[in-house]
Design a protein around this ligand. Structure first.
Ligand SMILES: C[S@@+](CC[C@H](N)C(=O)[O-])C[C@H]1O[C@@H](n2cnc3c(N)ncnc32)[C@H](O)[C@@H]1O
Length: 208
């Protein structure tokens, strides 16, 4: 009797552990969306096809600093770290402190820095960490729902932060993100990923 109730408890404990491991990051993301729907802008993280397509044109051999805006629960972080040189840095910036706390615990890699802050302050943030420029900046920000004048400010600060030859990588459900990029990037390559919730537009703005 004691043995069977102990076995039952162990099985239940294991199932709960497995479920929380499975739903863990998604739960954090969903909670983030419920708390700040406009700021997060999506209910489901990006698909692996989006990640692969977005990162494909990056020249990893010449990347020392890769910056990501709005990493959420880090859908792009491990794929970026997997491709990066051993001496490169991935610096992520998110306004949501819960996501930053989660990432600091989940990603144990000496090349990884997570900053709680706004993408609008990218130049101050990278300077504080001793960098003059970023090679690439990736954005998962919901550009079309950002408050006030924030979209144009972030686009201008981003153009200032990226070195010549580097690029601004943007994925968005709406093609409007391109309007924010256009004043600062003369060459913008475009793509589309259907296998994403929702299907999304991809843009690569190249710095001259
Ligand atoms: C659609 S989620 C992107 C999630 C993740 N990158 C993915 O692909 O699954 C947008 C993220 O942008 C963050 N965000 C919104 N405004 C921001 C800002 N001004 N600066 C930095 N992050 C911001 C949100 O907190 C959220 O994590």
């Amino acid at each position: 009797m004691i043995y069977s109730s102990l076995a039952k408890t162990t099985v239940l404990y294991r199932m709960k552990n497995r479920a929380s491991r499975f739903f863990g990051p998604w739960g954090v993301f969903f909670k983030g969306f419920i708390k700040h729907p406009v700021m997060v802008g999506s209910i489901i993280p990006s698909s692996s096809k989006t990640v692969k397509k977005m990162l494909a044109p990056v020249d990893w051999d010449n990347t020392k600093l890769f910056v990501e805006y709005g990493p959420g629960i880090g859908t792009f972080c491990q794929p970026v770290l997997d491709r990066m040189r051993p001496d490169a840095t991935l610096l992520v910036i998110d306004l949501n402190e819960d996501f930053i706390d989660y990432l600091r615990k989940a990603i144990r890699d000496s090349r990884f820095i997570a900053v709680h802050g706004s993408a609008a302050d990218v130049n101050d943030i990278i300077n504080n960490f001793g960098f003059e420029h970023a090679d690439y900046i990736l954005s998962g920000l919901p550009f079309s729902t950002l408050p006030n004048n924030l979209g144009p400010v972030i686009a201008a600060e981003t153009a200032k932060a990226i070195r010549p030859g580097g690029a601004f990588l943007v994925y968005q459900f709406r093609a409007r993100a391109r309007d924010f990029m256009a004043p600062h990037f003369r060459k913008i390559d475009t793509g589309f990923e259907f296998w994403n919730v929702l299907p999304c537009h991809l843009f690569w703005g190249w710095k001259e």
